[in-house]
Ligand binder design. Structure first.
Ligand SMILES: [Zn+2]
Length: 264
């Protein structure tokens, strides 16, 4: 039986982590019963993917949650790889309008190699091969950003991409599995450091969201420096005790098999 897996090409997030690569970046590679989708190809995606023998020409789509560099830096090379250097017109790109308009993250000649581009919008549904997904709500982030709820014939899982906390996150991302980008250990206020982008979730935000959504499993990822120093696997263990939900911290290269959700 074909399996459903999610490979974490990297688990680092935000500027200082990414420019130092203490943790890798590169996004998530979904293989859902044979439909392969790349989510948020950040810097190093091509390196992490080829190292793990993941074949970009098997991808049916690349999805960008938003245009920030840690989510989109390798979009061009991955589009080139997905289309075998442009020799095979193939694959779709899904992205918010502001990733494609005034200063597009993808070169126009590469866009021509694709089967098509679809614009992500709040409250819409999309499909790729055997997979459908929705972008339920626009996030509160510096640029236009969406998370996704994916459904296959076997499983549902949600991805909460970068955002500041807001209440409707707790209503829009139910699923058996929750993947959540947690950049900060502690909440920050703009008064502390006006240069720090505060539009990210912290551990207390994640705790609240996990409690409300009650997935079977939650996976923390996209760690900034404060999270990395605090040892994400210890945070995850603490959150498991606090919430009663099995919480894991993603590791670079980790492959999560969705069939694990069936016996939870
Ligand atoms: Zn961002």
């Amino acid at each position: 039986m074909p399996s459903e897996t999610i490979t974490f090409l990297g688990t680092g997030g935000a500027r200082f982590m990414i420019i130092n690569q203490f943790l890798a970046s590169g996004g998530l590679w979904l293989n859902l019963s044979g439909t392969e989708i790349l989510l948020d190809p950040g810097p190093g995606c091509i390196v992490q993917a080829t190292k793990r023998k993941l074949k970009a020409d098997k991808l049916s789509a690349i999805i960008l949650s938003h245009r920030h560099l840690d989510h989109s830096a390798d979009i061009n090379i991955m589009a080139e790889a997905m289309t075998q250097g442009g020799f095979k017109r193939h694959g779709w790109l899904f992205a918010p309008a502001d990733a494609l308009e005034t200063e597009p993250v993808i070169f126009s000649y590469l866009k021509d190699y694709l089967e098509g581009v679809e614009i992500l919008q709040e409250g819409k549904s999309y499909s790729v091969g055997n997979v459908s997904f929705t972008t339920p709500v626009r996030h509160v982030h510096l640029v236009e950003t969406y998370g996704m709820v994916f459904s296959t014939d076997k499983h549902t899982f949600s991805y909460i991409a970068d955002t500041r906390y807001f209440d409707s996150l707790c209503q829009n991302y139910s699923g058996e599995l929750l993947i959540i980008n947690v950049v900060f250990l502690k909440p920050h206020s703009p008064a502390e450091n006006p240069l720090l982008p505060i539009d990210h979730l912290s551990v207390p935000d994640a705790e609240h969201i996990i409690r409300e959504l009650k997935p079977k499993v939650a996976i923390l990822t996209h760690f900034g420096m404060s999270m990395w120093r605090a040892k994400p696997w210890q945070i995850a263990e603490k959150l498991s005790h606090q919430t009663g939900v099995r919480v894991l911290a993603a590791r670079d290269g980790m492959r999560f098999d969705l069939s694990k959700l069936d016996n939870t």
